[in-house]
Design a protein around this ligand. Structure first.
Ligand SMILES: [Zn+2]
Length: 304
């Protein structure tokens, strides 16, 4: 019997598989899931392609390709033993994503890799952070807008900037550095807020970069300066040699990143149940310890 399989422009899969397809405007999204991985998918194929179709509609930049082929995989893609790589997008606009990667969170791997297929710019001269920075930030934003994550989880995600030490600045990092992902997303969350003054967005910045053959930090800074308030400078954030301040959605500005990191955990049903049980036990111990004293007091007063 001839083996079943699929050959695309970047990837080939041999074996049985299932697919799910959506058409958005003039672009077709094709998801291929190998049969051995179908039970590993964190959500259904329908959920994945519907989410990407909606993400596509919400992105400002125009689709560059007629077809985006997406493949579910399992296992680390990185050749570096110290690093886990859950997804990978090619220059032809196809990508791999880890089937079991949690879907309902700001760090949605399917949206992240899809955004890479919409990037057509080549960052140079200090702007290398923008490739992963824009993919990470926009994935979090699109996850939030589509209800895949809560505002508290979004804030906790931005608070991860504090996990990295102040040993570099964004203009110095290479495109795959963790700084590009975490500090880049934090810097863009504030830039998005400042851009709202001119009714523009980070998505518009990506479209601007797409319109250039190459883009340097100086060009991006000039574009941003023309669209933000006078007291804001992207350049000073990128060259600051310290963690960018994220723009959070909830809570007072003085709330520490560590607290923001912890808050989503306090909302977990198990933690809520445990705290309720602890409170009941505490109340119970109060009642038990109070009653005997009360009775003794009453009896002693009677004797007197
Ligand atoms: Zn990426």
């Amino acid at each position: 019997m001839a083996p079943n399989g699929s050959i695309g422009s970047d990837f080939m899969y041999i074996g049985n598989y299932s697919t799910e397809t959506r058409t958005v405007g003039c672009q077709q999204l094709r998801l291929l899931v190998p049969d051995p991985l179908s039970s590993n998918l964190s959500v259904s194929k329908t959920r994945i392609v519907d989410t990407l179709a909606e993400s596509s509609r919400r992105l400002n930049s125009s689709p560059a390709r007629d077809v985006v082929r997406m493949y579910a995989i399992e296992g680390n893609l990185s050749t570096d033993s110290d690093r886990q790589l859950e997804g990978f997008a090619t220059e032809n606009g196809n990508f791999l994503a880890t089937a079991s990667y949690p879907f309902y969170q700001p760090d949605n791997i399917w949206i992240h890799e899809y955004i890479h297929t919409r990037q057509r710019f080549a960052p140079i001269a200090g702007a290398q952070w923008t490739t992963e920075g824009t993919a990470t930030y926009l994935a979090a934003r699109l996850s939030l807008e589509q209800g895949l994550t809560s505002p508290r989880e979004y804030d906790a995600f931005l608070a991860r900037t504090t996990l990295l030490s102040n040993s570099t600045s964004l203009n110095q990092v290479d495109d795959r550095s963790r700084y590009a992902y975490l500090w880049g997303a934090a810097a863009l969350s504030t830039m998005e807020y400042e851009l709202s003054a001119s009714n523009t967005s980070v998505g518009d910045a990506v479209e601007f970069m797409n319109s250039q053959r190459t883009v340097s930090q100086t060009e991006l800074d000039r574009w941003t300066d023309e669209r933000t308030r006078d007291n804001y400078s992207l350049d000073s954030v990128v060259f600051a040699q310290q963690q960018p301040t994220p723009r959070y959605l909830l809570g007072p500005s003085w709330l520490s990143p560590q607290d923001r990191h912890l808050i989503p955990y306090l909302q977990k049903p198990l933690v809520r149940l445990a705290s309720l049980a602890f409170s009941l036990l505490f109340l119970h111990s109060l009642v038990i310890s109070y009653t005997p004293y009360s009775i003794t007091g009453s009896i002693s007063s009677l004797k007197d």
